[in-house]
Design a protein around this ligand. Structure first.
Ligand code: HEM
Length: 448
């Protein structure tokens, strides 16, 4: 195994890395510069067996180099592969993330066409109908767990948008895909091989999901094509894709659409619960400029993709430092989005900062950048904007009482405990709710 060159500065005290990776990385960067070694013994997130070590990378020029050249800086292997799960389970996750070169570019082009193809009108109606159905379960003065509810919301919206409403089993299929996602994440996040019972459960869920997706694909192909509903149905008829590839794309697109969207909506509503004046202004904001700013600002400060990793496929250089083969690179959009030269008063939640010119793609990149740029960005943005505007118009969501909320990283950056909210009438805005306290509150500065 190649070693990391001695010319790259080394971080000394790394014990804080696991407790508070952002503080650790920010401090090390301040003293060591834009490229430094975190560890040399083994991988951190990439699961690479023969890993040369982990190098932290900062700065827009370096982000651009790493994210653009996907042949040299590749996506790490999937957990299913690492855990030697059966072939059908490994296949379920072989979506765009794990494709490379020509194949990736060709599939990316076709999928992007599908995901942005449908006119906004049609999609908007689907989202509105989904929101109406979702809020049927909400009543004024009820208390709700926010993250669980946002997961229920995105599950409902994504099911309608992606699988469509004509397939009778869409809801069961979507539920199964969501269950498999959570089971797989629980296994992947422990860094340990799963015990026998967990493995059997995961294989059972994955096998059912694989079979259900194949039934969906058969059904979709048997339908007339002129009234296709559900974005994934268009994918089932792309002739250059094999059945295995279609199964993987359907699964990956669906699961990618759930968690980051649910988590972003959760953070946005949690922040807004502390800012009654902003909630009122958003309700009156007809141009939607403030709404865009609120979403952009949430994605800046509490970006779901807070840490990213890449693995070098061969030796290369970065910022003139030699980087060996099989070296894990760690990037932090969370910290990139808090550079004071690019975002003055970086910790402050200021939707108005988005009224000016947009930052460049490697300064602000909540949807990634370069080769593996998010395929669902426009869909996600539309889902989040429509949902937030709808919920704010109908309800005033406040914290049910003073609550300490933690944060954690489990693929995405999410609340460590689910905040309990009260649903109020919008006119009752002057009634303030509970105060947000604890580690999540400390990640941002809020001026009420
Ligand atoms: C707030 C919502 C979302 C956020 C913050 C988000 C973020 C991201 C990020 C950061 C990446 C790049 C990952 C990397 O380079 O390592 C990515 C890739 C991807 N996203 Fe999203 N995403 C969101 C919603 C969606 C939705 C709704 C879909 C699908 C309908 C989707 C599908 C994908 C796919 C397929 C990729 C892989 C692209 C490739 O490898 O070429 N995402 N997303």
């Amino acid at each position: 195994m190649s070693r990391i060159h001695a010319s790259i500065p080394r971080a000394q005290e790394t014990s804080e890395l696991f407790d508070d990776p952002f503080s650790f990385l920010a401090r090390a960067r301040a003293s060591l510069g834009d490229v430094f070694v975190i560890r040399e013994d083994k991988a951190l997130f990439s699961r690479a067996d023969d890993c040369a070590g982990v190098v932290a990378v900062f700065g827009p020029v370096n982000y651009q180099s790493v994210l653009t050249d996907a042949d040299v800086f590749s996506q790490p292997i999937s957990a299913a592969q690492h855990l030697s799960l059966p072939q059908n389970l490994i296949n379920l996750n072989r979506g765009l993330h794990s494709m490379r070169g020509e194949q990736h570019d060709q599939h990316q082009r076709l999928l992007m066409n599908v995901l942005t193809e449908r006119g906004n009108e049609g999609r908007l109606q689907i989202v509105q109908a989904g929101l109406e159905k979702f809020v049927q379960e909400w009543q004024y003065d009820q208390q709700i767990p926010l993250l669980a509810e946002m997961r229920r919301l995105t599950l409902g919206l994504s099911t309608r948008l992606l699988f469509g409403e004509q397939y009778e089993e869409s809801a069961q299929l979507a539920e199964l895909a969501a269950q498999y996602f959570h089971a797989r994440r629980a296994v992947a996040s422990t860094f340990k091989h799963p015990g026998k019972t967990t493995r059997v459960k995961l294989v059972g869920l994955g096998t059912s999901l694989d079979e259900s997706l194949r039934r969906y694909i058969d059904w979709s192909r048997g339908q007339k094509t002129n009234h296709v509903d559900g974005l994934l149905r268009t994918i089932t008829s792309i002739e250059t894709f094999s059945d295995d590839e279609i199964v993987a794309h359907c699964n990956v697109l669906f699961m990618s659409s759930l968690e980051p969207t649910a988590v972003t909506l959760t953070w946005a509503l949690l922040i807004l619960s502390q800012l009654p004046a902003l909630r009122r202004r958003l309700r009156e904001d007809h141009e939607q400029k403030l709404l865009d700013g609120t979403i952009n600002e949430t994605l800046r400060l509490l970006t779901p993709n807070a840490l990213m990793t890449r693995l070098t496929t061969h030796a290369t250089t970065l910022n003139s430092f030699p980087i060996p083969e099989s070296c894990e690179l760690l990037l932090s959009p969370f910290l990139a989005h808090r550079e004071p030269e690019r975002f003055p008063r970086p910790r402050e939640f200021m939707p108005e900062r988005w009224h000016g010119p947009k930052p460049s793609p490697f300064v602000y990149f909540p949807f990634g950048g370069g080769a593996h740029y998010c395929a669902g960005r426009s869909l996600a943005t539309q889902m989040m904007k429509t949902s937030l505007a709808f919920l704010l118009r109908r309800f005033d969501l406040v914290l049910a009482f003073d609550q300490e909320v933690d944060w954690r990283i489990d693929i995405v950056l999410l609340p460590g405990n689910d905040p309990l909210m009260s649903i109020r009438k919008p006119e009752a805005t002057s009634m303030t709710g509970g105060k947000l306290i604890g580690p999540a509150r400390e990640l941002i500065d809020l001026k009420s």
